[in-house]
Design a protein around this ligand. Structure first.
Ligand SMILES: O=C(O)CCC(=O)C(=O)O
Ligand SMILES: [Fe+2]
Length: 316
């Protein structure tokens, strides 16, 4: 198989269930899930996850909200601006995206709907997107807590969890000239995410592909029940490269919607591996950095061409 081959659909990423009832830090269920998370991230840098918390009804409401949002006139969507790169409205050839900064905070989501509907906002959509982002942000915190615990660096958990903001993005992919069913085209280039953790959901239509360590593409099947939880560059750097972020891309052959909640380091936070993760066997791999400088490099000509932008930016 060459590096462009896609594995048969029957090959699956690890699936992990997060139960509301039994998953409490310190419980045996917690320890089991923690070890599954660690193993999946070591093997693939990501896993599929289901959560009791997120109801079918809420996912359906998010999908309907997206349809309504992307159906707005271009002028309205273009009012979704952000001072941060790739956090506002984006329109590329096969891909459109809308972004909500601090989507776990209701007033911030209200600001977003107010941008699009300046007269009155959209209370229903605000509440839907806020509820969804808030619940996913709690999952993100659980996963990051488990990862730090699994490396024995519990003492940094509070500081680490406080070091993030949440960005919620909605994506719509439209095949060129409505050529539904034709040969898939690349809707999003191969990349790793720059942030800490990403929690993705595909709404009915597939397209997301993840690269395995041995260079094979896995198609991630869409499912109402599953989210893809994925490691980003910055968490990998914080962990002294002990876990690696997976490369992924989106192939488009049909109209497709997806959402992602990104935990993003706060601008002032310095990303530096704790000394506990550095020893003879694991020498320090990255210089300390702040996220904005990395983002700047990632989007530069050199960063875009790099095999690993993180490595080129701050490897020792
Ligand atoms: O649309 C998707 O499924 C993936 C989006 C993605 O990888 C990203 O926004 O970083
Ligand atoms: Fe991504």
């Amino acid at each position: 198989m060459d590096s462009d081959s896609v594995l048969p659909l029957s090959i699956q990423l690890p699936v992990i269930h997060f139960s509301d009832k039994t998953l409490k830090p310190g419980s045996s269920e917690w320890d089991q899930v923690k070890s599954d998370v660690r193993k999946a991230l070591e093997d693939y840098g990501c896993f599929e996850a289901s959560f009791d918390k997120l109801s079918m009804e809420l996912k359906k409401s998010v999908f309907e909200a997206m349809e309504e949002l992307f159906d707005l006139p271009m002028q309205a969507k273009q009012r979704n601006v952000s001072s941060k790169r790739l956090h506002g409205y984006l329109n590329m050839s096969l891909h459109e995206g809308l972004g909500v900064d601090d989507a776990n905070v209701l007033e911030k989501v209200d600001e977003f709907t107010q941008q699009l509907w300046p007269d009155h906002g959209n209370k229903t959509i605000s509440e839907t997107l806020h509820k969804f982002s808030k619940q996913l942000s709690e999952v993100d915190a659980t996963v990051r807590r488990m990862i730090l615990e699994s490396f024995g660096i519990e003492k940094y958990i509070d500081e680490h969890l406080n070091s993030t903001n949440y960005l919620f993005r909605m994506m719509k992919y439209t095949p060129a000239d409505n050529d539904d069913g034709e040969e898939p085209k690349q809707g999003l280039r191969t990349h790793t995410d720059t942030n800490f953790i990403t929690i993705l959901h595909q709404y009915q239509v597939d397209g997301l592909e993840v690269l395995t360590k041995d260079g094979k593409w896995i198609q991630v099947k869409p499912s109402q029940d599953y989210f893809l939880v994925m490691l980003g560059d910055t968490l990998s750097a914080l962990l002294n490269g002990r876990l690696s972020p997976p490369s992924h891309r989106v192939m488009v052959s049909k109209k497709r919607y997806s959402t992602a909640l990104f935990s993003v380091p706060k601008p002032e936070f310095i990303i530096d591996s704790p000394e506990e993760l550095v020893d003879e066997e694991h020498p320090r791999r990255f210089k300390p950095f702040v996220y904005n400088d990395y983002i700047h490099f990632f989007h530069s000509e050199v960063g875009r061409r790099a095999q690993s932008a993180l490595h080129d930016f701050c490897a020792i």
